[in-house]
Design a binder for this molecule. Structure first.
Ligand code: GLU
Length: 457
């Protein structure tokens, strides 16, 4: 019996290592993609150990290879009539569970590695929501910072003029991500509608409410993150009440995470943008942050002009040196390294949950898990955004609108279910309390079983 178990473990490890070695060879210059793949692969040993059929069907190699990667030229004219050229992407990774689904990121750091890591994570995140959505992601190296409204519009129109042929409400449904919000989705949607000559509202999500968009979509990722943390705290017999919280970022995810955490009685001490962070020991004035970011489109440092209690600090990593009970990284990938993780642990942080995609590197995750910090990985904790995107698709298909409360209640239920699935899978496979392993396994198994049921092609 013992020999059998050992050999199964060995067999599973060898299979996974083999797939990972081949992946490294083929994608040697894609560090973010390999990082995301490694994190998931490491979690899957017990799954392959207990389900040898997955090895027979070679599901890991089939899931880790994207269905297709589309890369295209986007030419557009700036306000000085100069012609600019950017590169656009859409990675259609996996559609076993539903149409490819995932946001568009407009940021100068966008490249194939970033697109693939995001799309790969999206497969499992979307599976966890229980909604019928596959995994995809797209974007461009276009930098929206400092661009005029007309330049953004012309860029979005040019981007969609190529992308439209690859997407559709039953094919692939993009949405927002960093650099893409309701304004950009509006421009993209207008161009899609013009080209198609039909009102296919479900082709994009994150649209303006009243024009095909769902209420509570804007709030969904941040609210969902806090609902997820609520579940983590519940299992430890705790609540948000009077806890201190540090949130990085000041975009959509951060703003609504702060709002909901404050609603539950927490004191949020800090938030940031890509240049630096503000520390407000009396608690962040969220109305002021919204005014600065959503209305004026300013940098976060202007906050201290209105709040004498607050200080501004250049650079991003310093935010993790502020002592807090709960840390919510909501900015971008790899914002917490091993050093920042050790600082948080030394300061007594009890909970870390990821609002951004892959904000903690592998070393940081291991530090948190080894120190007994409750750790909520992004693909579970930030799934609220895409979950409400799926609810937007459902409303569009039914040609109907749901109230804010209705959507928010559904979101709350979905986040509870994601927590329960992740926590149960962790227990079932012998890793109780490890939500990284739990969420990776729960998401993976759904996709793997669907893939097998489709047969080989
Ligand atoms: N960009 C978000 C994410 O990372 C949302 C995607 C969507 O709504 O399709 O999940």
């Amino acid at each position: 019996m013992t020999t059998q178990v050992v050999s199964n473990t060995q067999y599973a490890k060898e299979y996974i290592d083999g797939v990972f070695e081949a992946l490294k060879e083929k994608n040697a210059h894609q560090p973010e993609f390999l990082q995301a793949a490694e994190e998931i692969f490491l979690s899957l040993v017990p799954v392959f150990e207990q389900n040898p059929a997955y090895i027979k069907h070679n599901v890991l190699a089939r899931i880790v290879e994207p269905d297709r990667i589309i890369s295209f030229r986007v030419s557009w004219q700036d306000d000085n009539n100069k012609v600019q050229v950017n590169r656009g992407y859409r990675v259609q990774y996996n559609n076993v569970i539903g149409p490819y689904k995932g946001g568009l990121r407009f940021h100068p750091t966008v490249n194939e590695s970033i697109m693939k890591f995001l799309a790969f994570e999206q497969i499992f995140k979307n599976a966890l929501t229980g909604q019928p959505i596959g995994g995809g992601k797209g974007g461009s190296d276009f930098n929206p910072k400092g661009k005029s409204n007309s330049e953004i519009m012309r860029f979005c129109q040019a981007f969609m003029t190529e992308l439209y042929r690859h997407i559709g409400p039953d094919v692939d449904v993009p949405a927002g991500d960093i650099g893409v919000g309701a304004r950009e989705v509006g421009f993209l949607w207008g161009q899609y509608k013009r080209i198609r000559g039909a009102y296919e509202a479900g082709v994009l999500t994150g649209k303006t409410p009243g024009y095909g968009g769902s209420l509570a979509r804007k709030e969904a990722t941040g609210y969902g993150l806090v609902y997820f943390v609520e579940e983590m705290l519940r299992e430890a017999n705790q609540t948000f009440f009077e806890k201190t919280v540090v949130v990085s970022g000041s975009g959509n995810v951060a703003i609504y995470a702060i709002e909901k955490a404050q609603h539950f009685g927490a004191r949020v001490l800090a938030c940031s943008d890509s240049a630096g962070y503000i520390h407000d020991p009396e608690g962040i004035d969220i109305k002021l942050v919204k005014e600065i970011k959503e209305i004026n489109g300013d940098r976060i440092n202007t906050y201290v002009e209105y709040r004498p209690t607050a200080t501004y600090h250049e650079g991003c990593t310093g935010i993790w040196s502020i002592p807090c009970d709960i840390a919510l990284p909501c900015a971008t990938q790899n914002e917490i390294d091993g050093d920042s993780a050790r600082t948080l642990i030394a300061n007594g942080t009890q909970v870390v949950a990821e609002g951004a995609n892959m904000p903690s590197n592998l070393e940081a995750i291991n530090e948190f898990l080894n120190a007994g910090v409750l750790f909520g990985p992004g693909k579970a904790a930030n799934a609220g955004g895409v979950a409400v995107s799926a609810l937007e698709m459902a409303q569009n298909s039914g040609r109907t609108y749901w109230s804010f409360q209705e959507v928010d209640e559904k979101l709350h239920g979905i986040m509870k279910s994601i927590y329960a699935q992740s926590s149960e899978a962790a227990k079932k496979y012998g890793y109780a309390g490890n939500l990284v392993v739990g969420s990776n396994i729960a998401g993976f198994v759904k996709v793997a079983d669907g893939l097998i049921s489709e047969g080989v092609y």
